[in-house]
Design a protein around this ligand. Structure first.
Ligand code: MN3
Length: 257
């Protein structure tokens, strides 16, 4: 749907704004909520899950990721996963009082009726929350600190790692994610998942991941996923990724004790 809107929006700022206004947050911001009754989406269920604000402006990652893509991606796609998850939680007490990470780590413990919904929308929420954090304006460059040593130790060089990661992301058929994970065996590995699945669902910890759904890149890169994957490295936030590596190692130690 984002693609259809983009095609229309390209020639008309008004059309684009109409698309953007479908996001409940943007709607409330621009109209003060007066048009809420006319919005095509049902009113978002309140809590317990929340859309985290972007930690930088929509245009902060340009030219690598354009502002319009960031706005639609965060305000519409991510917002929808959160809204859907809240909709499920409204009728399912088992989903309340847990973090989204806890929910997707143990899908089999959830009522079967909501399992697929939590997998898709809880996964989407966790994936995108990480995604915004592991990017920053002026990011990129070679990996620093412990993650730099770990990447060199596992893949021989940062260039070899990027090549293998980008190759895996290019080959992921359809929609999904490409990851660097801290595996159950304590080693770093490149994996991919379909749809909004997350490595936590398989007992691995995601150190970093790139979104290869078309909505993440189509407006700027069209079908050139490989170009998007290559440019994305100019946005990565190695400080945050180092913290995630420490967290993954800690979790691995806890699991093995
Ligand atoms: Mn996405």
């Amino acid at each position: 749907m984002a693609v259809e809107m983009a095609d229309r929006g390209r020639s008309s700022r008004r059309d684009f704004l109409r698309c953007a206004l479908a996001a409940p947050a943007a709607l409330a911001l621009v109209t003060g909520g007066r048009e809420a009754l006319a919005a095509p989406q049902p009113a978002a269920a309140k809590g317990p899950f929340e859309l985290p604000p972007l930690p930088y402006s929509f245009r902060a990652l340009e030219p690598h990721i354009d502002a319009r893509t960031m706005q639609i991606h965060h305000d519409r796609h991510h917002a929808t996963y959160v809204s859907n998850l809240n909709g499920l939680a409204a009728n399912t007490p088992e989903l309340r009082g847990k973090s989204p990470e806890q929910l997707i780590r143990d899908l089999n413990s959830l009522p079967e009726a909501v399992r697929a919904g939590v997998r898709n929308n809880g996964g989407g929420h966790v994936n995108h929350t990480m995604f915004w954090q592991i990017m920053k304006p002026g990011g990129g460059g070679p990996p620093t600190g412990t993650i730099g040593q770990a990447i060199n130790g596992t893949f021989n060089s940062f260039d070899a790692f990027k090549t293998a990661f980008n190759d895996a992301g290019t080959k992921r058929f359809g929609s999904g994610w490409v990851w660097l994970v801290h595996g159950k065996d304590g080693k770093l590995a490149i994996t991919t998942t379909a749809n909004q699945d997350n490595p936590l669902m398989e007992g691995a910890y995601p150190i970093l991941g790139n979104d290869v759904w078309e909505h993440a890149y189509y407006l700027k890169y069209q079908n050139r996923r490989a170009d998007y994957l290559a440019a994305w490295w100019n946005t990565v936030n190695w400080e945050v990724i180092n913290r995630r590596l420490a967290q993954g190692r800690l979790q691995g130690q806890l699991q093995s004790t």
